[in-house]
Design a protein around this ligand. Structure first.
Ligand code: CS2
Length: 505
């Protein structure tokens, strides 16, 4: 049954009944889950209960179990906030995904989440879970910054919490701390083989996660036999994950309530498109994700480059330019005159020239498809959401493109505009003077560096190219790149985004 989506006109939605096992019979048959939580034993622990996980891995895993069976229900762990966790706990792990599209949409409840845990409330329970032989796969969507890796070097940069997790016996509160403690417990109990799967948009995410665990072991000075046990028993498959899933809003909840007839406080809205490419190295087995449409492969790298540099690179470009121009959502930003022309040139002239895509894929066509996905007005993805954590995102989305082009002796122009847009955004003012809030783990460093230079294009470039966590020496010392970025900063200063795009296109 297709249910049209849109804001619920009735104040308060549909009364008090909540989504839960007991109320499932009341929701429309076509919206019911493929599985009932509790019917299938758990085989996966997932860290990070954000909207993306609920609309991506949870959906694939439910479909895989429905098609091919297997004890692969998910225990969801919230590493920090308990807002969604409380909603999910009150709903027996059930939540709905509204697949939105301009032409309408439909809402369906997902039943792959068997249980939820709050890591800060009971870290020991999470450590026990990670050591449990029934758990053979651990997946993560914790966002780039939670890995606490320097984006340029991949070096672990522990904050005081992580340092305490790694060097004292206190209950762990960070993701690397939890994983290390879990692996120690699993090795001690010989809990069997395990795949640790990063589903975050990091470059070479499998290798980064492996590197993070390895460095955490070194920092913690754990016995050598842990590293040896990990080498024998644990794999770190690389993945490419893709689905646009904005943060939920009251409109999301009202839409779900109207479609289901009961309230769902963990509802998410997502685009129809989804993709998951996974390196197939699972020593303890895995769900039949291919039955749900995932691609299992021996080489994720070309897919990862394609997605990070094209889709995410474009996304960040639209977010910074759009936010500077005062646009609230990605779809609104794309309506800026000339923006699409500039983005097409970015893809065709620079992104596509920077790497070899998967066999048979055209980067230009993929970029075109990405732009189409961004314009879906049913997905109200805020520019501010995509703009956040730029210091952690820019390297793999834009800077690696520039590094590869420059190494091949090519100039960069459009990618330099994206860097300039990020730098201007980091100054904290839109073109009309409105305040833009900088939500970034390096925000204090960025502000301090900007405060120490004159607020001119050359000053801003000088301050931010000096952020060694973001710009490797070959970029910081590249005069041609610096000149291109400073040129765009000057254009943006004089003409704003609208004028700059009109002059450039
Ligand atoms: C977005 C991504 O917030 C962001 O930075 O670019 O979350 C994007 O929506 C997903 O990677 C799409 O798969």
């Amino acid at each position: 049954m297709a249910v049209s989506v849109g804001p619920d006109p009735r104040p308060g939605g549909t009364g008090g009944a909540r989504l839960a096992l007991a109320t499932l019979p009341r929701i429309p048959a076509a919206s019911r889950p493929l599985l009932r939580p509790g019917d299938v034993p758990a085989g996966i622990v997932h860290l990070g209960l954000g909207a993306f996980h609920r609309a991506h891995q949870a959906v694939y895993t439910e479909a895989a179990m429905a098609a091919a069976g297997g004890d692969w229900a998910i225990v969801g762990v919230a590493p920090r906030s308990r807002a969604v966790l409380d909603a999910l706990a009150a709903q027996d792990g059930l939540f709905s995904v509204t697949t939105a599209a301009a032409a309408g949409g439909h809402t369906r409840v997902v039943g792959s989440l068997a249980a939820v845990r709050h890591a800060p409330a009971d870290p020991a329970a999470v450590v026990r879970l990670l050591a449990d032989p029934a758990i053979r796969v651990v997946t993560l969507t914790v966002t780039e910054k939670a890995y606490q890796l320097d984006p340029v070097s991949g070096r672990l940069r522990p904050d005081p919490d992580l340092a305490a997790d790694l060097t004292t016996d206190r209950p762990p509160v960070t993701v690397p701390g939890l994983l290390l403690r879990g692996l120690l417990a699993r090795a001690a109990a010989d809990g069997g083989p395990l795949a640790l799967v990063s589903c975050d948009n990091l470059p070479a995410n499998g290798r980064r996660l492996a590197g993070m665990v390895d460095q955490a072991i070194g920092y913690a000075r754990t016995p050598d036999r842990l590293a040896e046990w990990i080498r024998r028993r644990v794999t770190f498959p690389g993945t490419m994950v893709d689905r646009i899933v904005p943060a939920s809003t009251p409109v999301t909840l009202a839409t779900a309530a109207r479609a289901l007839g009961v309230r769902d406080l963990a509802a998410v809205t997502a685009e129809p498109y989804r993709q998951w490419v996974i390196e197939d190295v699972f020593p303890g087995g895995r769900p039949a994700w291919e039955r749900a449409g995932a691609v299992l492969t021996t080489d994720v790298r070309p897919w990862e480059l394609l997605k990070l540099r094209t889709l995410n690179g474009l996304h960040s470009a639209v977010a910074y330019l759009g936010a500077l121009a005062g646009r609230e959502t990605i779809a609104d930003a794309l309506a800026l005159p000339h923006l699409t022309t500039v983005l097409r040139r970015l893809v065709a002239e620079e992104v596509a020239a920077s790497f070899r895509p998967p066999e048979g894929i055209s980067v230009v066509d993929y970029g075109e498809q990405a732009l189409g996905r961004f314009t879906d007005p049913a997905i109200r993805h805020r520019t501010a959401q995509v703009a956040m954590d730029g210091s952690q995102k820019l390297p793999q989305r834009v800077l690696h493109t520039i590094i590869d082009l420059r190494a091949a002796g090519r100039p960069v122009d459009w990618a330099a505009l994206v860097v300039a847009a990020w730098m201007r955004y980091a100054r904290g003012r839109a073109d009309d003077g409105a305040v833009l809030s900088l939500d970034d783990p390096l925000a204090d460093r960025i502000r301090a560096r900007l405060a120490a230079v004159p607020d001119t294009p050359a000053g801003v470039a000088e301050a931010l190219f000096g952020l060694a966590e973001v710009f490797p020496p070959e970029l910081a010392g590249d005069d041609l790149l610096r000149a291109a970025v400073t040129g765009w900063l000057t254009e943006l200063d004089r003409h704003g985004v609208a004028g700059t795009l009109a002059r450039a296109a």
